[in-house]
Design a protein around this ligand. Sequence first.
Ligand SMILES: CC(C)(COP(=O)(O)OP(=O)(O)OC[C@H]1O[C@@H](n2cnc3c(N)ncnc32)[C@H](O)[C@@H]1OP(=O)(O)O)[C@@H](O)C(=O)NCCC(=O)NCCS
Length: 214
Amino acid sequence: MIPQWKIYPRSQGHSTVYLQNVVTDPSISVGDYTIYDDFVNDPRDFQRNNVLYHYPINHERLIIGKFCSIACGAKFLFNSANHTRRSLSTYIFPVLFEEWGLDVEHIPQAWDNKGDIVVGNDVWIGYEAVILAGVTIGDGAIIGARAVVTKDVPPYTIVGGVPAKPIRSRFSQKEIAQLLALKWWDWPYEMISAHLDAIQSGDLERLKQAAERQ
Ligand SMILES: CC(C)(COP(=O)(O)OP(=O)(O)OC[C@H]1O[C@@H](n2cnc3c(N)ncnc32)[C@H](O)[C@@H]1OP(=O)(O)O)[C@@H](O)C(=O)NCCC(=O)NCCS
């Protein structure tokens, strides 16, 4: 657990923040150790600058797991960005309700609602990537720089491009199953710390043995 007061994991600079300690919107949840880096804007303004078209009236959530690395300018585009295709017109008549004598409660009819954005654990989101509403990104996935993610991303898959397509899988299906079973990101700090060398060197066998000893 990171203490609530701790915003900056690095004493040498203030461009990287522990995201869970700068987010105040109850509809955004962020797991332990997940970081956001921003060298253009103040990273503490993530909620305003990076979570876009996200209005309480939609009751949609942004859920981000533990140990994610979110690069500068990555953006999460929520449902109000999707002018509805159910109408004959994409014009936002319901939002401009006063102009058109419409009921304020019908504002959400201006857009199509695809739901929450869910990001797993240990996900790396590249520079200026865009994640669209309704997308789920699996544990261990990598989102390439400037990708536009329109569909779910399987665990430990690298995606890139517009729209984002799989580039390759990071590990074999067997290894992915083992990593998903291990869930090392849920281990206590001491246990992760004691096995950092195995994590960093890609020694899955040693990680499995450590889990079995527990
Ligand atoms: C995706 C990425 C991780 C590379 O993954 P990789 O598996 O090593 O991929 P490679 O470099 O071997 O490239 C494989 C293919 O993907 C393509 N590719 C790589 N990055 C891409 C991207 N961001 N968007 C689209 N295509 C990409 C390559 O052109 C190559 O295509 P080809 O097979 O047609 O030749 C990297 O390119 C990237 O985007 N990293 C994010 C960097 C970043 O934003 N950092 C922010 C600071 S943390």
